[in-house]
Design a protein around this ligand. Structure first.
Ligand code: T68
Length: 837
């Protein structure tokens, strides 16, 4: 064994000096002071909050590293099957607070920091978010990593180490301005592995020849090489020693290897330029969500990351000396959307071209290794790459894609002879000008399971984009795994007081590992003290948010008002425009009332947050309209507290942790059939907020779990969306009268120069109202009127909130990961012994 290779006296010396970390408050303080004085070269006289954060992070990190090493050793020694989660996005947010809670030492750190003169909340706030993602897809990946470690699954994440994460949003004169997010100045959570590198090839050409056995062989030659360097991030589980690894790749020039002519001729400047060009690959996260733009650099990112990750996985597998046929018994790879689909082609290339396996044997291994998760049915979000671009960048891969398609179409032809329409429809190559590779089809054909992310969505993919494939492969290839969220971050960390209250009623913090224990809250539904404390916590969270709103926007909001929140990426399909039109409608109604009538109205704060993709004109106009409405409404003396409209800038994970626990009602109002799942809907309900929503995505399953009395549903059903759209274009399209009034007011200039808002109006009135804003407007405002009525009965409202939380067990990402592990990956948990065992 590995251990026997080291002589006993030497092992003894290593063991004797093993770093044990700290166990108590005193030890924690010692480690913090040590890091301040040595690692940071500071002292008690110049230790500010930022230095206190750094030293605390380093002290906590020391504990993680030991668990991390032990976990990796144990997984290797037991030769366990691992899952590799390939995602271009990991929206992690802050790490320190989460690490302390998962390790169970936050209380002692709090006391220790206090002794040293700091408030732990302030220290935690010093950390920048790790924002390597756009929205739901990236945050889902982060929740999955937390659950995988907490459930002791042997799992690695693979992603890109972007130098710039999602841009920071500033609001200037009501408009979004993007500011680069350079976040790597000090990142104690990553470990550069300068010894773990992979050379990645681009461009070049393919040389075809015949070997001594008469076999055709392909060699990919020439082109240029870029080096991938591994950076590792430890992922601690909650209440377990298991600490998994997230490996992020960074690009560097492969020094001297490419363009060595320049190198030899001493062209220093242009070799620096080459260096920078190589580093460009991992420089920036593409800021589009649910949109694909077919940029060459994006394709380079995808191949760079996929090739480095596969090389790494294979290197690990080869150490076991197992035959290739056993690869799928040791390795499961999950594709988070189609972004890593080239991994399918790359594995086939390695097995056939480099390892000499027969095509069919190799393909069998490939298909049994991969699973593919689809996150959208929106056509503009489905990835397609042009054949000429792929051919240029990855000439051998393009050939292999053609072969995969050929063999696939041959099997289709055998089963459905003469059905040329079918062949055209399911072909991985779209016969357009230029030809395009349909990545979702390639991902589907190259995987053994395809899943959607909520029941409705998983049904929809089978009847729309993948309909023909259900005929070809049968229904068993398709499955549903409804998304989930980690209750550690989204309850315990974001809402510590609520978490504590729940623990006091459910018999401790067991619910954080088994969220179905929340149902024990039902027994306390009539407990007056419990209900009062519940309401107090919500109020305190609203006070905290009100303070943030005051500090960042200058607007004073009344924490007794109903807080109505919509925070998520700005997108027409998510219908923030409908929300702001609804707020204008409310404003107009209030304005038309007598003071006596007004005095009877319920005060409301309409809170928005979210980023628009920098190139998404309509989304940016929506932000501008929200701010313009706010500027008028918030300063209208007739209105006072009855309505405030605020836009919270730079919505991100750490803002979400503050905003979500402060919501009374949140909006999940996508046009039915467009939001694959949504995950913030789960977070809001888990934090004791109710939701208003359409019958879309996971809203439907939330309704099933909590009961339809506790959710405000409205709007067109998915099955009627198509016919309505058709009728807008070819029939008569009558604008909802209340919405027409709203448009009139905008066009009158009530909210400033209306020119910029014309496109928002004409999308509804003149251009077919694709997102059914007018169709759904009446039921939307009627449902909001019901919300007002319901909120006035605070006792009934609180009962609804408590009952809802009690029924949210299903939406833990632990349930979700267990389903993936059992139904798709076929992996088992592996318990790592605790340090002291
Ligand atoms: C989201 N997708 C879905 N995409 O919209 C949401 N897209 O319904 C679902 O809950 C969530 O995934 C998790 O399943 C995204 O967030 C992107 O961010 C994205 C990024 C790049 C390209 C395309």
């Amino acid at each position: 064994s590995v251990e026997a290779s080291i002589p006993e006296p030497q092992r003894e010396a290593w063991r004797k000096h093993q770093v044990k970390g700290f166990k108590d408050q005193d030890g924690f303080e010692r480690e913090v002071v040590r890091h301040v004085e040595t690692t940071l070269a500071r002292s008690m006289y110049n230790c500010d909050e930022s230095a206190a954060y750094s030293a605390t992070a380093l002290a906590i990190r020391d504990l993680l590293i030991r668990r991390w090493n032990r976990t990796q050793q144990r997984q290797t020694f037991t030769d366990s099957k691992r899952v590799y989660y390939l995602s271009l996005e990991f929206l992690m947010g802050r790490t320190l607070d989460n690490a302390m809670l998962n390790l169970g030492n936050k209380e002692l750190a709090k006391a220790g920091l206090s002794e040293l003169g700091f408030r732990i909340e302030d220290v935690i706030q010093q950390e920048q978010d790790a924002a390597l993602g756009n929205g739901g897809l990236g945050r889902l990946a982060a929740c999955f990593l937390d659950s995988l470690a907490s459930l002791n699954y042997p799992a690695w994440g693979y992603g890109l180490r972007y130098r710039y994460g999602i841009f920071k949003q500033e609001i200037i004169d009501g408009y979004q301005v993007e500011v680069p997010d350079y976040w790597l100045d000090f990142n104690p959570w990553e470990f550069p592995r300068h010894d773990v590198t992979v050379d990645i090839q681009f461009y070049g050409h393919v040389v075809k020849s015949t070997d001594e056995n008469g076999r055709v062989v392909h060699r990919w030659e020439g082109g240029e090489t870029v080096k991938a360097v591994a950076y590792d991030v430890p992922i601690p589980g909650y209440g377990t020693s298991t600490t998994n690894n997230l490996r992020l790749w960074s690009s560097k020039a492969a020094s001297g290897e490419f363009d060595f002519q320049k190198f030899n001729s001493g062209d220093y400047e242009s070799s620096v330029a080459d260096q920078q060009r190589a580093e460009t690959i991992s420089a920036v996260l593409y800021p589009n969500d649910n949109l694909e733009r077919g940029k060459e650099l994006r394709l380079k990112q995808q191949y760079f990351w996929v090739a480095a990750s596969l090389y790494d996985i294979i290197r690990r597998f080869k150490k076991t000396k197992r035959p290739w046929s056993e690869f799928p018994e040791k390795v499961a790879i999950q594709l988070n959307d189609t972004h890593p689909t080239l991994a399918i082609v790359e594995l086939q290339r390695i097995l056939v071209d480099l390892e000499g396996l027969e095509w069919d044997k190799a393909w069998n291994i490939v298909v049994n290794t991969f699973g593919y998760t689809n996150h959208t049915v929106l056509p503009e979000a489905l990835e397609k790459w042009s054949v000429p671009l792929l051919q240029h960048l990855l000439p051998r891969h393009m050939q292999i894609i053609y072969d995969i398609n050929l063999f696939f179409l041959q099997t289709v032809e055998r089963e459905f002879p003469g059905n040329f329409g079918l062949l055209r429809d399911v072909s991985i190559i779209e016969e357009s000008q230029p030809k395009m590779v349909r990545m979702a089809f390639l991902a589907l054909v190259g995987s053994h399971k395809v899943n959607g992310v909520a029941e409705l969505h998983s049904d929809l993919i089978k009847t729309t984009i993948f309909k023909d494939f259900v005929q070809i492969f049968g229904p068993d290839k398709f499955t549903n795994v409804t998304n989930g969220i980690t209750p550690r971050r989204w309850l315990h960390q974001a809402n510590p007081r609520l978490s504590e209250l729940i623990s006091s009623k459910t018999g401790g913090y067991g619910f954080l590992k088994d969220l179905t224990q929340l149902n024990r809250l039902e027994e306390h539904i009539n407990d007056a003290d419990f209900r009062r404390e519940w309401a107090e916590i919500k109020y305190a969270n609203k006070v905290r948010l009100a303070k943030h709103i005051k500090e960042t926007t200058g607007v004073t909001v009344n924490p007794r008002a109903l807080f109505d929140v919509q925070v998520k990426r700005i997108h027409e399909y998510k219908r923030q425009q409908m929300n702001i039109f609804g707020a204008i409608h409310r404003y107009l109604k209030l304005k038309a009332m007598t003071p006596e009538e007004r005095a009877k109205q319920l005060p409301r704060v309409s809170i928005f947050g979210g980023k628009a993709a920098p190139g998404y004109w309509m989304a940016k106009q929506i932000i501008h309209l929200i701010n313009s409405v706010g500027a008028v409404v918030n300063n209208d003396k007739d209105i006072g507290d009855l309505l405030k409209v605020v836009f919270i800038e730079d919505y991100n994970v750490s803002k979400a942790e503050m905003i979500i626990p402060a919501s009374d009602i949140s909006e999940h109002i996508s046009t039915a059939g467009t939001e694959a799942s949504g995950t913030s809907n789960m977070k809001f309900v888990l934090n004791g907020g109710l939701i208003i929503g359409t019958c879309d995505g996971a809203n439907i399953e939330i309704t099933r779990e909590i009961g339809e009395d506790h959710i405000f549903l409205f709007g067109t059903l998915a099955e009627h969306v198509e016919e309505l759209r058709h009728s807008h274009l070819y029939g008569k399209h009558e604008l909802n009268p209340d919405l027409a009034r709203v448009f009139e007011e905008i066009e009158k200039g009530t909210f400033g120069n209306p020119d910029g808002f014309a496109s928002l109006i004409s999308a509804v009135r003149e251009h077919g109202d694709f997102y059914l804003v007018s169709d759904d407007f009446q039921s939307y405002i009627d449902t909001h009127a019901q919300v007002d009525v319901a909120y006035r009965d605070q006792e009934a409202w609180i009962t609804s909130c408590i009952k809802s939380v009690a029924s949210m067990g299903f939406f833990s990402s632990d349930r979700c990961i267990t389903e993936y592990a059992e139904e798709i990956w076929n992996i088992e948990p592996l318990k790592v012994k605790d340090e002291d065992d």
